[in-house]
Design a protein around this ligand. Structure first.
Ligand SMILES: CC(=O)SCCNC(=O)CCNC(=O)[C@H](O)C(C)(C)COP(=O)(O)OP(=O)(O)OC[C@H]1O[C@@H](n2cnc3c(N)ncnc32)[C@H](O)[C@@H]1OP(=O)(O)O
Ligand SMILES: O=CC(=O)O
Ligand SMILES: [Mg+2]
Length: 533
């Protein structure tokens, strides 16, 4: 399918034709033509920053933006549907889950094209169909497996949409012969099809923006949004965004990100899993930045506590919401005691967030809404805690860069291998979020597992029993873990061989891959190509 200089290389089924109509595609093309080159430049700038960090530089509060941090300004006030967001549920853009999430009793639902979705063509465009039907209030579903029917409740959660990050491209759509930016594609299509319907029912086009690393990336998004509003005849400030702070450099630029997006932003969110991943990745080549087992890197560690407190203080000073993040525990149906322990962990996490001054939090599963709601209701009687300025907090660069304490254990290495393999196999099969050992795993959590192994092997880190993590030890453990999995049943079992090959490259190569989803996406494209042949 081709319109002007935009080409869709995938099959457009009748169900997808409306989403990919010529007006919508022309809009995508306009955005890409105007902003695609700058996105690519900003991705190259990330590489330059990485080189400096590899050479010994540390992130810092930027001198050139000191005035922005010092001056008195606020972001545009939040619209009424976003004033109370104590409990937000998140999930992939799967049709059944969209309905379940909107009906779940949460204040908001973040529909996710990102960490929890494999970007197959089918997932991405069917996701747009599902969200269009949700935004227009017409969504329904019958599960072919059991006949269960799903329909949208009249009173439902407010919808927010997370497009893919700036680092990804959508390879099925070319503008001027080049793949379009995946984030622009998801954003523009959703906005084009749904802004009017959402505004009519008193909501609006609301987004979460992931994985930014610099305030210039926020400036790019601001310009994309302003252009889109003008193009569609929407008043300035109609589109509202919440930005995830999930990179170490962005943690040093929270004021700047709020400032750049001040016409559109309503809050920041502690995307803790990507934050940990990014922290490991950006310092991965430095022997003085080796982290302990993934299980030891919790929000009680000083660097993560500091990041959450700085985010709350910065947001509230600027009139923006400070959203908490995701506890990875999910309900355990098969064991009451284990379930009680999992819910207790979620409670502790939410209590920490609410008592620190966060205005709301995320849950991964509808079964966790009651505990999150109870905690926030108890601590936060009003709609939010914007008036809690946390002037007692003083977070320094050192606080943000204090290494977490803990050991590296054989169990930690094996768990990273097992989870990394299981997750990649699931991802390749089209499932971007799966339960593994009773925890929610998505791209961000799995990235931690594989990056830690790369870092430990690269620096010959010591296990708590004194052994060195070298090629021989890691290779042997990978072989043993693969053998165990060969006898098991799990989501994506058919993709195990490819998952093993990719995972082995990710942890054993001398170069550290920026995002596991990029080579994994190449494989998904290969499968689609083979299916079509
Ligand atoms: C680091 C980050 O980026 S966090 C944000 C990204 N991650 C997420 O959004 C996590 C989303 N969560 C999920 O995908 C799921 O909860 C999983 C994969 C972890 C577990 O899913 P399941 O194994 O299907 O859970 P389970 O069997 O208990 O589900 C019970 C019901 O709840 C529904 N459900 C579970 N999680 C969700 C959710 N997040 N949203 C909506 N419905 C959900 C299921 O669809 C199922 O519905 P049904 O009874 O009508 O069939
Ligand atoms: O997107 C959320 C995260 O924790 O990563
Ligand atoms: Mg994330």
């Amino acid at each position: 399918m081709q319109h002007a200089d935009i080409t869709v290389t995938a099959t457009v089924s009748p169900d997808f034709a409306d989403i990919l109509g010529s007006d919508a595609l022309s809009f995508v093309a306009e955005v890409e033509r105007k902003f695609g080159a700058r996105r690519r430049e900003l991705m190259a700038a990330r590489e330059a920053v990485q080189k400096k960090l590899d050479g010994g530089d540390l992130p810092l509060f930027l001198p050139e933006t000191a005035d922005i941090r010092r001056q008195n300004w606020k972001v545009r006030p939040a619209p009424s549907p976003l004033l109370k967001r104590a409990v937000e549920i998140t999930g992939p853009v799967d049709r059944k889950m969209v309905i379940n999430a909107l009906n779940s009793g949460a204040d908001c639902f973040m529909a996710d094209f990102e960490d929890s979705s494999t970007p197959t063509w089918e997932n991405m465009i069917q996701g747009q169909v599902n969200l269009r039907d949700a935004a227009h209030g017409t969504i329904s579903y019958v599960n072919p497996a059991n006949g269960k029917a799903y329909a949208l409740n009249a009173d439902h959660a407010v919808l927010l949409v997370r497009p893919r990050g700036l680092h990804m491209v959508e390879k099925h759509v070319l503008v001027g012969g080049r793949p379009v930016s995946a984030g622009f594609f998801d954003f523009a299509l959703f906005l084009w099809h749904n802004a009017e319907a959402l505004l009519k029912k008193g909501d609006g086009p609301y987004f979460y923006l992931p994985k930014m690393e610099h305030y210039l990336e926020a400036r790019l998004w601001e310009e994309v949004i302003a252009f889109a509003e003008d193009h569609m005849g929407l008043k300035r400030g109609t589109v509202r965004v919440t930005v995830l702070i999930e990179t170490i450099t962005a943690a040093f630029q929270m004021d700047e990100i709020l400032y750049e997006l001040r016409d559109h932003i309503v809050g920041l969110n502690c995307g803790r899993w990507d934050y940990i991943f990014n922290f490991i990745k950006r310092f991965a080549r430095r022997p003085d930045f080796v982290l302990p087992d993934r299980g030891a890197v919790g929000m009680d560690q000083h660097f993560l506590k500091s990041y959450s407190q700085l985010l709350i203080q910065t947001c509230h000073k600027r009139g923006a919401h400070a959203m908490g993040g995701m506890a990875a525990q999910i309900p355990i149906k098969t064991d009451e005691a284990l379930n009680a322990a999992a819910v207790a962990k979620v409670r502790t996490d939410k209590e920490r967030e609410a008592l620190s001054g966060h205005d709301g939090t995320w849950v991964a599963h509808p079964g966790l809404i009651p505990v999150a709601r109870e905690v926030f209701d108890a601590v936060m009687p009003g709609q939010n805690q914007l008036s809690n300025l946390r002037e007692d907090v003083s977070v320094t660069a050192e606080d943000l860069l204090t290494l977490p304490k803990g050991a590296i254990t054989e169990a930690g290495v094996r768990s990273n291998i097992n989870v990394g393999l299981l997750y990649i196999a699931a991802w390749l099969s089209g499932m971007g979020c799966v339960p593994i050992h009773n925890l929610m795993e998505d791209a961000a959590t799995a990235e931690i597992s594989r990056t830690q192994l790369w870092q430990w092997r690269t620096h010959g880190a010591k296990l708590s029993d004194g052994r060195t993590i070298d090629d021989a030890l890691l290779g042997a453990m990978i072989d043993e873990e693969v053998t165990k999995l060969e006898g098991e049943t799990f989501i994506g079992r058919d993709y195990l061989a490819d998952a093993v090959a990719l995972f082995t490259c990710l942890v054993m190569d001398d170069e550290l891959e920026e995002f596991l989803t990029r080579p994994a996406y190449e494989l998904v494209m290969d499968y689609e190509f083979a299916d079509a042949a």
